[in-house]
Design a protein around this ligand. Structure first.
Ligand code: FAD
Length: 467
């Protein structure tokens, strides 16, 4: 392989972007895509850059998280976004594309690049020279096993059981209290986030980080609990694809499956109140939904153990029956689907490289980002990090205030405690909060800050802003 500097495996969102960026940086790339020799259950065309489901790349409003990430991708000169802009179809605020035109454009640009060679074969082993693996959520067969062995231990996941995430500022603190079960599972004082004093005013007003516990508890009385269980049982659920045979582990059982088992099952599962006392009543609540901080800024919380296949609008309606969440803003809804991803924070270094075998890097959904544009962004970033390194000019990671930086930190920042790593879309919960602003002004200002910081980062790399 002496005629190739880097092999990129996969021809999807992340790999197409990574191959393009590497080639543009002067590296010779072999892009290995198994289609059409082998097809995943979701892919249907031999084209590179195939969108497996929706033809929408989500919002293009520069203040929406997905829109902000797109702005950054445009500024960085992304191939995926350039082709999407070229093949855009009317979809209101969203950037939706004519999927075949979009994928054809990506395929052509890659095929015509003088430093890219496209190889149509399934890769079943890792080469000894530098490689970026971006085989996506449906990585199967021998390569999956090889990666699993390289990771060691149980660090590769095949199902994604995602619990919803709510914005901290939308929690009704009159109906919530902070406490850890038995007062035991609180983080030791030394683990408390240094930014405790930076918490949103709402948290401080509610008692904030009083040291009494890391969890926010949302109590329900007997009637509220019974109504909730009834609603979960009656709620509309998303049926899995044929290839997504549901094989639930007891520890990540969807709440609706538990609710079906009996009216008390949730109360003995994720909604168990044992070890908790509501300071307002002095009693143990009938049932409790526990919220755990999703980030160190404590601006977002996940509903512990609430992975679900309820349809998104149903989640909004039913979870808002929980008194503390009646005005909850959902940053992410719960889901369960077939997904292959690795425990990136535990196993990857700052350049997305395997700590024990740095010639192997990962990109895209495999690293624990969710979505077409998130995957493309991480493909671009891993390529820049690698080409910078090869050129002897290592680049600093993107600022944490940008969507690129938020995703970068999500993938690479070490986790503490028993945190189970899971994929994420872009959302404002990934960014450090801006304090002292009115709620309606906060996201626009965070978007402005992200744009300015992203441009400054590009300038520091000597890369002109592309758009
Ligand atoms: C059924 C389904 C529906 C989805 N719907 C959406 C949606 O509507 N919107 C959204 O934003 N995201 C959706 N996603 C998530 C989506 O897959 C990712 O967001 C995105 O496509 C991942 O990008 P990627 O580059 O990591 O992987 P992919 O885009 O999946 O690309 C991986 C590529 O690697 C190839 N490959 C796999 N194994 C090998 C091998 N051993 N050798 C060579 N090539 C290989 C595959 O053929 C594929 O072309 C969906 C995922 C699935 C599974």
């Amino acid at each position: 392989m002496s005629d190739v500097d880097v092999t990129v495996v996969g021809g999807g969102m992340a790999s197409s972007e990574a191959a393009w960026q590497l080639a543009e940086a002067g590296l010779r790339v072999a892009l290995v895509e198994m289609k059409p020799c082998a097809m995943s259950p979701a892919h249907q065309s031999p084209l590179l850059g195939e969108l497996v489901c929706s033809n929408s790349l989500r919002s293009d409003d520069p203040i929406a998280p997905a829109g902000l990430l797109k702005q950054e991708l445009r500024r960085a000169g992304s191939l995926v976004i350039a082709c999407a802009d070229q093949h855009r179809v009317p979809a209101g605020q969203a950037l939706a594309v004519e999927r075949f035109g979009f994928a054809r454009a990506i395929t052509q640009r890659l095929a015509l690049h003088p430093r890219i060679r496209i190889e149509r074969r399934r890769l079943d082993d890792l080469p000894s020279h530098p490689v970026i693996v971006a085989t996506g959520p449906l990585t199967e067969g021998a390569l999956g096993e090889v990666i699993r062995a390289e990771l060691g231990g149980d660090r590769m996941y095949f199902y994604d059981a995602i619990a919803p995430i709510v914005a901290a500022e939308s929690i009704d603190w009159d109906h919530a209290f902070r406490a850890s079960r038995w007062g035991r599972d609180a983080a030791p004082a030394s683990d408390a986030p240094a930014e405790a004093s930076d918490e949103p005013d709402e948290l401080r007003a509610a008692g904030g980080d009083t040291g009494v516990g890391d969890y926010v508890n949302c109590p329900l009385n007997k009637l509220e609990y019974e109504a909730f269980v009834e609603a979960v049982n009656a709620g509309r659920k998303i049926l899995p694809h044929d290839f997504e045979e549901p094989r639930y582990f007891e520890s990540c059982m969807p709440i609706e499956v538990m609710a079906e088992r009996g009216p008390q099952t949730l109360r003995f599962g994720p909604m168990r109140p044992i070890g908790l006392r509501d300071p307002r009543t002095g009693h143990r609540p009938w049932a409790v939904v526990q919220l755990r901080p999703e980030n160190r800024y404590r601006t977002a919380y996940n509903l512990v153990g609430f992975q679900t296949r309820l349809a998104y609008p149903e989640q909004q309606r039913i979870f808002q029956m929980i008194p503390a969440l009646r005005r909850a803003e959902f940053l992410r809804f719960g889901s369960i689907h077939r997904n292959t991803y690795i425990d990136a924070p535990a196993r990857l270094g700052p350049h997305f490289e395997l700590r024990d075998r740095p010639s192997v890097r990962f990109a895209g959904l495999l690293t624990g980002v969710e979505g077409y544009i998130e995957s493309a962004a991480m493909g671009l970033l891993v390529a820049w990090l690698l080409s910078g390194e090869r050129a002897g000019r290592p680049i600093p990671p993107p600022p944490p205030t940008t969507m690129f930086g938020g995703l970068y930190n999500h993938v690479t920042a070490p986790r503490e405690g028993a945190y189970k790593y899971g994929p994420t879309n872009v959302n404002y919960g990934l960014l450090p909060p801006l304090l002292g602003l009115r709620k309606d002004n906060r996201k626009p200002r965070m978007a402005e800050r992200a744009a300015a910081d992203f441009d400054a980062w590009l300038a520091s790399l000597g890369r002109p802003r592309a758009a």
